[in-house]
Design a protein around this ligand. Structure first.
Ligand SMILES: [Zn+2]
Length: 318
């Protein structure tokens, strides 16, 4: 990604862009912001700038250096993650001694230290030494939820860039691209819940998607194999949240479509669909698909979710 493609945070982008144009990037940068605001993405953009081989317009995004940076295989970009316990005093001492060695192929060496809130005071003090006498051609980038969790002495030797959620509009735009089959109103709803935080929006759609898929499959299997009570318990889980219920019904629509294909002798990858196609008659599969389609439609109305769950359970039962 290039700086211009980074969503929101206009002031920060302007300042960083000017620094890049003039070649006046501070040698130590702290990027602070809540989870999902794009700290690592921004760190990657700066790292790419540092190793880019283009004469102007860095990072170009297409040179050998940029490509390696994008694939995270550049020999002059080093990653250390506090979450993975890679920011201990010993690790910092290693970084400190290696930082004075010349880069392999890029004009600069880059150290990306992420999740610095996990960096103990002793490690920060060890790091301070390298900040006090910064080696030539080395760029340090630290990411942290809040810069206040870092020592004042470290902060005062770094430039702090603060990231904010990119906004609902941006979050919707990006989520729409990532999940082209997802209903736009649902995406907007989730982006609003997440206050326009892109990372959080994407994660919520993703995790909701997985959970919904699992429940949709369980409902299908219970409809043909389990007791009425088991099926009612499963459909009952839809009552908790209308958006979740919509996700589950969308997954059930896909599974039903696969069932129809499987029943018609077309090979499908879904075990649930294959299994159901074996147990249901073609007529019954068509009826079920129609019931699911109807169920999905009435979810758009003001239907009482508890009644909906009971009704769905009864129409799915063989
Ligand atoms: Zn480049």
């Amino acid at each position: 990604m290039l700086l211009t493609e980074f969503a929101g945070n206009a002031e920060l982008k302007y300042e960083l862009g000017e620094n890049m144009k003039r070649g006046t990037l501070p040698h130590a940068i702290i990027i602070e912001g809540a989870a999902g605001t794009g700290k690592r993405t921004l760190a990657d953009i700066i790292a790419q700038y540092c190793v880019c081989r283009a004469d102007s317009g860095r990072p170009c995004g297409v040179c050998n250096g940029c490509m390696k940076a994008q694939k995270k295989i550049h020999p002059d970009i080093f990653y250390a993650d506090g979450e993975k316990k890679e920011l201990s005093v010993d690790s910092i001492r290693n970084i400190r001694s290696e930082a004075y060695i010349k880069p392999n192929e890029a004009p600069m060496k880059v150290y990306i230290l992420s999740n610095c809130e996990k960096m103990l005071v002793s490690a920060q003090n060890a790091f301070l030494k390298v900040l006090e006498e910064p080696p030539k051609n080395v760029q340090f980038i630290m990411t942290v939820k809040s810069a206040s969790s870092m020592l004042q002495t470290v902060r005062s030797r770094s430039r702090i860039f603060s990231l904010y959620p990119a906004g609902v509009g941006n979050a919707v735009k990006i989520a729409e691209k990532r999940f082209p089959n997802k209903d736009i109103d649902e995406i907007r709803h989730i982006a609003e819940i997440c206050d326009g935080n892109i990372g959080m929006t994407l994660q919520m759609i993703e995790s909701g998607g997985e959970e919904a898929r699992k429940l949709a499959e369980d409902i299908f299997l219970a409809a043909t194999q389990s007791t009425e009570y088991a099926l009612l318990t499963l459909t009952g889980r839809l009552a908790a949240d209308r958006n979740f219920a919509v996700n589950v019904l969308d997954c059930m629509t896909e599974i039903a479509a696969d069932c129809m294909k499987a029943a018609a002798g077309v090979k499908v990858s879904s075990h649930t669909a294959n299994d159901t196609a074996e147990r249901y008659s073609k007529k019954r599969i068509a009826e079920t698909a129609e019931n699911i389609r109807y169920a999905r439609k009435i979810l758009n109305t003001n239907v009482n979710l508890n009644l909906f769950c009971t009704w769905l359970s009864s129409v799915l039962r063989t």
